[in-house]
Design a protein around this ligand. Structure first.
Ligand SMILES: Nc1nc2c(ncn2[C@@H]2O[C@H](COP(=O)(O)OP(=O)(O)OP(=O)(O)O)[C@@H](O)[C@H]2O)c(=O)[nH]1
Length: 380
């Protein structure tokens, strides 16, 4: 988790409480793109951003604009196990930064990992007394990738949860879908969440007043779907374990929610391996982090990545990386969602910055040894 402070000051807080916006959406939907828009737009406000990422190499931190300013890293915990504890600590830390009589920032934005159920994140703002006293959940905004969301709604419970939980849905990447496809997607989203307004966007270009300061989080609505949303007792359905529980996580609690009747959601029915490398979430989804302290050959790397995405793009839900290319002073940043690849030479490496190549691949049936060998084979 990373915390970034950006831009100058003043938004109305709610009853003196700092408004919190939770940004969610499946892997690659456009959350960071939206965040970067928020952080760079000339709005005269100061936002604290908390990024929780999947995969243990801090790539997302680096892709958020201005992240160098004020970053602290936290365990990349699995969102359903540890994030709430982390979040409480980060928010508490942010609160301490307030200057007397003047908040240090106008709002908090939390970007969840693409594999997260936003429920436990939103719960944080209701169940921890300190956090509750100082913050107010403004809205949960869910980004949706117009091209890939249908498949994800079929195969991912988290994707459905994210839509069901939204106060506002941003149907992003409209450039990648036909008007008919967009209508079909909207109908599907509507069925999962009849109330949240759906805003269409390209490159997450929604006006900020469509995302921030909405006063849209509707506790009553959430309580209808998750009656024990607020402070669920230990041992009860939806109880979210954190370090305050003071016990080993038992694996026998179901989430009694989900609008689409995909019930029996035991959030520990993912394969929870918190091993050093692959952090498996859903049974078969894992994240593979690769890194190399030597520069890569740009042509070899591009050819390898193209071939990999061509052959295994169906299984690669998300890939991204920052590459040190031989003979190039700028960092090569690449991003992929399935077979759609974008790459860019971005800013120069800093003088004191560690120059290395790192990449994360998140997907199904990925062969770690093969990926590692392919990646390292691109060394210059
Ligand atoms: N064609 C197209 N690409 C987009 C659009 N919005 C974002 N992208 C690209 O999609 C990729 C993923 O965008 P991100 O903003 O990083 O997505 P994310 O939701 O933060 O991804 P994770 O944090 O990995 O879950 C990047 O390559 C973006 O440039 C869009 O509207 N159209």
């Amino acid at each position: 988790m990373t915390d970034t402070l950006a831009a100058p000051a003043s938004t109305a807080s709610t009853n003196g409480k700092i408004p919190v916006t939770v940004l969610t959406g499946y892997l690659g939907a456009g959350k960071t793109t939206l965040l970067n828009r928020i952080l760079t737009e000339d709005h005269g406000k100061r936002y604290a951003v908390i990024v929780n990422e999947f995969g243990e190499i801090g790539i997302d931190n680096d892709l958020v604009v201005g992240a160098d300013e004020d970053v602290f890293e936290m365990n990349n915990g699995c969102v359903c196990c540890t994030v709430r504890g982390d979040l409480i600590r980060v928010v508490a830390g942010l609160m301490k930064r307030q200057r007397p009589g003047k908040p240090a920032f106008d709002a908090i934005i939390v970007e969840t990992t693409g594999l997260a159920d936003p429920g436990p994140v939103a719960q944080t703002f209701f169940v921890d007394e300190d956090v509750k006293a100082k913050t107010q959940l403004d809205s949960v905004t869910t980004l949706v990738d117009a091209k890939h969301v249908m498949a994800r709604l079929d195969d991912s419970r988290e994707a459905r949860e994210q839509v069901a939980f939204a106060d506002r849905i941003i149907l992003n990447k409209v450039d990648l879908a036909t008007p008919e496809e967009l209508d079909a997607v909207e109908a599907r989203l509507r069925a999962l969440n009849p109330l949240a307004p759906i805003v269409r966007a390209e490159r997450s270009n929604v006006p900020l007043d469509q995302v921030l300061g909405l006063h849209a989080f509707d506790l009553d609505r959430i309580l209808e779907v998750r009656p024990d949303f607020v402070n669920p007792p230990h041992g009860a359905d939806s109880h979210v374990h954190d370090e305050a529980c003071g016990h080993d996580h038992d694996h026998g609690h179901d989430h009694d929610h989900d609008h689409d009747h995909d019930h029996g959601h035991d959030h520990h029915d993912h394969d929870h391996s918190h091993g050093a490398r692959g952090h498996a979430h859903q049974d078969d989804i894992k994240g593979i982090s690769l890194s190399l302290d030597r520069p890569l050959d740009g042509a070899k790397f591009t050819a390898w990545l193209d071939r990999l995405l061509g052959e295994q793009g169906q299984n690669i839900l998300r890939a991204k990386g920052i590459i040190d290319v031989q003979g190039e002073n700028r960092r090569l940043v690449f991003q992929a969602v399935h077979m759609i690849l974008e790459g860019d030479l971005q800013r120069e490496w800093g003088v004191a910055e560690r120059r290395w190549s790192r990449a994360v691949f998140i997907g199904r049936d990925l062969d770690e040894a093969e990926l590692k060998a392919g990646f390292e084979g691109c060394a210059a």
